[in-house]
Design a protein around this ligand. Structure first.
Ligand code: SAM
Length: 289
């Protein structure tokens, strides 16, 4: 597929499917997230990690691949900025984003690998789960272009998953053991049919290798490759979330003290952000200019 075909496919996907509102009040895209109450606090605290790295106050915050600003925590990124410029290849995303931020938003349909802005203009940049929709050469262009439009002294905060996570591979025995334990407990209690909502996903390793259909084009990087591809860029890698969604769903359950264990995990990530950023599933990449 050529670059423009990839972008067309991604745009169609988000216009027609990803940003379609489902009957539960969430966008279709939110089905890739763990929406269970047990995970809510952990997920929200991870979303808020972005705020630590934004340099405030400022006039313009660029949200590159903003989507519809789908989670309440995402609204906090614009605190301290006058305007949030939402840029997305999907017009549906921007129509939805406008409903949330109204007059404080500026909305541009465009490609984040070819930014139509002059250099040194944004006081802050956020981009979550978007760069991976570009083929690697184009991702490199996007990193460079985001750097170009950032004002000196400011930061761009970028979140994407790694191709695979050493931590998730190392701990892949855990969801499998929980699944075995669950099967045993159900057999013991004479329960035959599995409850879908509590079904434990043992395919965490396979999913972690990003081989499952994701809905549209995705190409991810490893930390080593990122350093290799962008030697001239000054950036740090911290943790956004160290565990994948399948792992989260499989391992953390209310009945097994999931909320407590997620608090512990969050505390660990806070203490060792660089370790969990490089080895976990989702890094938070801070580009400095
Ligand atoms: C997974 S969604 C993430 C949206 C939002 N950042 C979030 O975290 O909820 C990816 C978004 O990136 C947009 N996108 C994908 N490729 C893009 C490109 N080349 N330029 C601009 N936006 C793009 C999609 O339309 C979609 O809205």
């Amino acid at each position: 597929m050529s670059d423009s075909e990839v972008k067309q496919q991604v745009r169609n996907f988000y216009d027609q499917i990803g940003w379609r509102m489902e009957s539960d009040g969430f966008y279709q895209n939110a089905r890739y997230e763990d929406l269970r109450p047990v995970a809510k606090e952990y997920i929200e605290k991870c979303h808020l990690r972005i705020n630590k790295h934004l340099v405030r106050p400022g006039k313009y915050l660029l949200d590159a691949g903003s989507g519809p600003i789908q989670y309440p925590a995402y609204l906090s990124y614009m605190e301290g900025y006058q305007y949030r410029l939402c840029m997305d290849i999907s017009i549906v995303a921007l129509q939805e984003a406008r409903k949330r931020i109204g007059d404080r938003g500026l909305f541009v349909v465009g490609d984040i690998a070819n930014l139509p802005f002059k250099s040194n203009i944004f006081d802050g940049i956020v981009s979550l789960h978007t760069l991976h929709h570009l083929p690697i050469p184009d991702q490199k262009n996007a990193y460079k272009d985001l750097y170009r439009v950032l004002l000196p002294g400011k930061n761009a905060v970028l979140v994407n998953g790694w191709t695979e996570s050493k931590l998730m591979i190392k701990w892949s025995w855990l969801p499998k053991s929980i699944e075995r334990f669950k099967k045993f407990a159900m057999k013991f209690r004479g329960i035959k049919k599995d409850n879908q909502s509590e079904k434990i996903d043992t395919k965490v390793v396979e999913i972690n290798k990003s081989k499952l259909p994701t809905g549209t084009f995705i190409e991810k990087l490893t930390a080593d490759r990122l350093y290799k591809e962008l030697p001239e860029l000054k950036f740090d890698i911290y943790v956004w979330r160290s565990i994948s969604v399948p792992f989260l769903r499989a391992v953390f359950h209310r009945a097994l003290g999931g909320k407590f264990w997620l608090k512990m995990l969050y505390a660990l990530e806070e203490n060792y952000p660089e370790y969990f950023g490089k080895n976990g599933q989702y890094p938070l990449i801070v580009v400095h200019k």
